[in-house]
Design a binder for this molecule. Structure first.
Ligand code: R5P
Length: 330
């Protein structure tokens, strides 16, 4: 859309700046950004994000963004600190180039697990990172399945937390007989997320309750709910080492589940996680592409990736048009 010239009441010409949308990619997940841009039918804004010899980040926006509605897409995934610096510096560059509004689109918001003081003299890094993004000049944040919903409150700017559930539900309905499905939260902390998905497919809910009775003793896994003969779907926000997932799958199968799959939003998959999952008893792990899948993920025998790009694309379109984003989840 282009600026429109309108005649005001007194005959002066008013310049109405229509929404001119710019989509910019950091280096964390260019494929996702390209898919979002394709959904929106806008070209990616030309922008170079590169390194000096000492690995400092340098950004050069190669198009005019003055007065425009800019969306910078960047997950703060591995290498988390480099990708965080990239979005901070891209935001600074847009602000100094007089962008009208800057939305930090952070499909995977890293540092989210450090959302409280876990012990004396420890940081709340999620809050620090939220401050950094705000101070760099972001006007809004758009993210997906925050580790804890309260992290929205760490930002003193509007923050939309999208839910991947509708994307997962569509996939589940296409591939499974939902009459025999049981949704399972792999820990007590994930119950709200798992319950929300269970409700959407009208399935019962079970919970894996991990307990370590005494320090030094191994963890005991109790299953709350009868999973006998069920096709269990583990639902979580993050898979990192894969330990939570693989242990929960073993516990469910030991309690008589027929099969166990998992739907997880953010595939952090550090270290040997992909190998661990490939050799586990999980029938399938379905991830979204908030984090760019590695080659190991792409060739894995039991990991499949579904795209979140239409959901993020639609949320961006609605933000640009000042329309409701929450109604995407009604
Ligand atoms: C924890 O609260 C998260 O929701 C995930 O369950 C956790 O990050 C998974 O980590 P891992 O794969 O290393 O067990």
């Amino acid at each position: 859309m282009y600026p429109t010239l309108l005649r005001g009441g007194c005959g002066q010409i008013r310049v109405m700046m229509a929404n001119i949308m710019k989509i910019m990619a950091g280096n964390s997940n260019r494929a996702l950004t390209e898919a979002i841009a394709a959904y929106l039918k806008v070209p990616l804004t030309k922008c170079q994000v590169r390194r000096f010899a000492d690995m400092e980040v340098f950004v050069e926006i190669q198009e005019n963004v003055r007065g425009q509605d800019v969306f910078i897409v960047q997950s703060t995934s591995f290498p988390a600190n480099d990708h965080l610096m990239e979005i901070l510096i891209m935001t600074d560059a847009c602000r100094r180039a007089s962008a009208r509004r800057i939305t930090a689109v952070i499909p995977y918001f890293g540092y989210a697990r450090q959302d409280r003081k876990a012990g004396p003299r420890t940081p709340i890094s999620a809050k620090l990172v939220a401050n950094m993004i705000t101070h760099a000049g972001a006007d809004r944040v758009l993210t997906v399945d925050l580790h804890a919903g309260q992290i929205q409150g760490f930002f003193d700017i509007p923050t939309d937390n999208l839910f991947s559930a509708p994307v997962m539900v569509r996939d589940i309905k296409e591939r499974m007989d939902i009459s025999n499905v049981m949704v399972v939260s792999p820990d007590v902390g994930g119950v709200v997320r798992a319950r929300a998905l269970a409700k959407r497919i009208d399935a019962p809910l079970a919970i894996v309750d991990k307990r370590r009775e005494r320090a030094g003793e191994s963890e005991v896994m109790n299953i709350i709910g009868d999973v006998t003969g069920k096709d269990c779907i583990l639902v979580d926000d993050i898979v990192d080492s894969g330990g939570t997932l693989c242990n929960a799958a073993d516990a469910l199968l030991a309690k008589g589940a027929r099969e166990v799959s998992a739907y997880i939003t953010h595939g952090v998959l550090s270290g040997g996680a992909v190998a661990r999952i490939s050799s586990s008893r999980l029938k399938e792990l379905v991830l979204t592409d908030t984090i760019q899948p590695t080659e190991a993920v792409r060739v894995s025998r039991n990991i499949r990736v579904i795209s979140i790009s239409p959901l993020i694309g639609e949320a961006i379109a609605r933000t640009a048009k000042e329309e409701s984003v929450s109604s995407l989840f009604d």
